[in-house]
Design a protein around this ligand. Sequence first.
Ligand code: IPE
Ligand code: IPE
Ligand code: MG
Length: 241
Amino acid sequence: MFGKKKEKIDVRALVEASNLRHIAFIMDGNGRWATAKGLPREAGHSAGAKNFKTVVRYCKSIGIGYVTVYAFSTENWRRPEREVNAIMALLDSYMAEAREETDVEFRFIGDVTPLDEKIKVKIAELESFTKGREYRLNIALNYGGRAEIVSAVKRAVEEGITDITEADISARLYTADCPEPDLIVRTGGEFRTSNFLMWQGAYSELYFSDKLWPAYSTGDVDAAVISFAGRKRRFGGLDKK
Ligand code: IPE
Ligand code: IPE
Ligand code: MG
């Protein structure tokens, strides 16, 4: 009615044209979102978990085959026990719901050994139950990029490899069977990667959003995709003519 009609961008077509296969999210800002509303931080994690489902489904709907989310870092144990327990409880309740995602293969990346025995069983069951499905969702849990590289190197050494190459390490990462992330999005306004996908993200495009994770919308995903589609990825080379 007022002025020009906004042109509708076909985000799905942009995903395809820009070959955006793998998107990763550093889902940051849950605590601040809750605090700003006068709520306990745990309420932010709960809203964040809800939004995670929406965003992941949306990524699938626009044709992105691989999604990785940072849910809990190796450093997040430094938080108060009550908060850590709330995050683990949310994860636990998500396990049952996750099966409703009928076309998603789930993979938990990170060191699950210190987790609760019951959660570990559910993780193993969900991973095997969903194996081979069309879309991939990696949930980074007790994940640290440095720890991941160390564990890959250790495995290579245990296998007797002496002259370790980049390919040897890549093949032993948690994400060995995924393409490297094309785009890493961090919400919450911080300009850092906080130990996320250090190896795989060497040539990822980075996108930072000021939105706090529970408020990060599908329209915000579109904005990140549009930004990505306009980038020139050189991988050290020169622009294609
Ligand atoms: C991200 O939100 C979720 C986790 C790290 C588990 P935060 O809890 O870090 O939220 P802020 O950054 O304190 O607002
Ligand atoms: C990164 O957020 C980890 C997750 C989103 C799970 P943090 O809130 O832990 O990162 P820092 O502490 O601000 O670097
Ligand atoms: Mg944070």
